[in-house]
Design a protein around this ligand. Sequence first.
Ligand code: RAM
Length: 558
Amino acid sequence: MKMRITLLKFSSESIHISRKYLLAVIILYLGYLNSNAQDVYENYREAWLKKSMEYLPELQVKTKVPLQMVRLIDDKESYQCVKAVKISEPPEFYQSGLKSNPDDLVLDFGEHLTGHVQFTIQSNVPAHAPVQLKIKFAEVPAEMKASFESYEGSLSKAWLQEEIVTLHTMPDTVLLPNRYAFRFIKFEILASAGDMDFFVSNVKCFSTTSAGADLFNETTLKDSEFQNILEISIKTLEECMQTVFEDGPKRDRRIWVGDLKLQALANYYSFGNFDLVKRGLYLYAATAAENGLVYGTLFEKPQPHPQKHFPIDYSLLYNTVLTDYYEASKEIGTLEDLWIVAKYQVLNILPNISEKGIFTPSPEWWYFIDWNNKLEKTAALHGIIIYSLTKTLELARLLKKEQELPQLQETIEKMRKAAREKYYDAEKMLFVSGPARQVSAASQVWMILSGTVSPEEGRNLFENLKKEKQVVWPVSPYLYHYVAEAMISCGMYEDAGNLIKDYWGGMAKKGADTFWEVYDPDNDFLSPYNSYMMNSYCHAWSCTPVYFLRKYNKELFP
Ligand code: RAM
């Protein structure tokens, strides 16, 4: 009995001890869990945000006026089957009442602008009733000619630039409430008193940009076609450079990693605005998820915040914006600050890379690559991951931080090996993707840029691509940028030059004064949003010809 009591006592004590122990373990474990759930950037965000504010640029404002009055006519030969034909100079428009102007008369500023718009209105008789006006803005003629009422696209109709204003006092000078991205403006009366007519005059745009001067503008290319493409690409970039590198000043008016990367490259060969690049980099860091992954896109207002989704190719490409930045600036402080972000991009995807080097994206991520909805993206994504890891390794070496990601080199090698084993089709002598073994430019390009193949093998891939009947080609200047980059990395300068002339030059021939978000030479109406009205016609990721034409000047123009 005694024995039993002792035992019990012992046992209750030991239970007591083990409870204490357990509690400690639970606390430790919770602490660990919590530390996992904890914000990995907790101690950095404030400083990053502060830095992003230090790099907030002042916008330069220029006053622009319309150059001509145009009429939009149907024309099968013109881009999207609409042509703008000059009717008169603006003063003539100002002298005739809006009621006597035919519906399709439009003011043309002669160039793409991003800014605020002001005009003066007067009435023929002292105003005894208000007037309601519809003021419509468009980047391209067909967008102006289309009826926004018929819009059935997938994105919010509110993106289409149209303002309805009711004005009571005349004469009056009116500053419209939003910023617009446009070349064409149309005024239309929606409601008014029968005996009143209205005269619009002094239409002005206070256009804005943070771009500054083109630092390389003393060099004119001998080839006039290239020179024209170069100028359009600079103008595209200039319009997208606002208080951040926007993807498009009409839509989406926010910063995206994929666009930022290409804008930054073009900027290094034109405006050399390093502060705007740093602003973007710090904003991404400050608004990243608690697990460390940067989101694909973010907004500045009312305070910087992300749109919470992960295009994982974009998250990883963030690291390469850092290496590109260093290559251009040779400034290391920013890299030291943001190394931890680069590290967490890698740490977040390492669990998704198998022992055999296969990358399987997590279901909560998505990946972009290109807007061609026929594209099977698995192989291209695999290549982008290797490319980004390789750049991260360069960064780690530069900062002497390799020990913080000791598995990097081996992972890259594993993934390159896996790429050849899993995605290379020995018969076609091309990389293929997906169960249907799809052949696309995207798969070849990213395998080349990832260093999975040698330059010579890369050249063969391009050769074999030409022989292949069914190839999925890009539809965005974004992916075409990487096609040109891959060609250059294989020494195919002539091909890269031809591509720039065919693709970007194709837009120029169709009348682009800034380069478009999507361009399919065979389909002017292609739209990722099921409506060409919604496309952005001054789009950041299309601005890279200036980068190619100036960076590879010697090679492209020997
Ligand atoms: C669109 C924009 C942007 C791009 C993303 C993936 O919303 O065109 O430029 O980066 O898609």
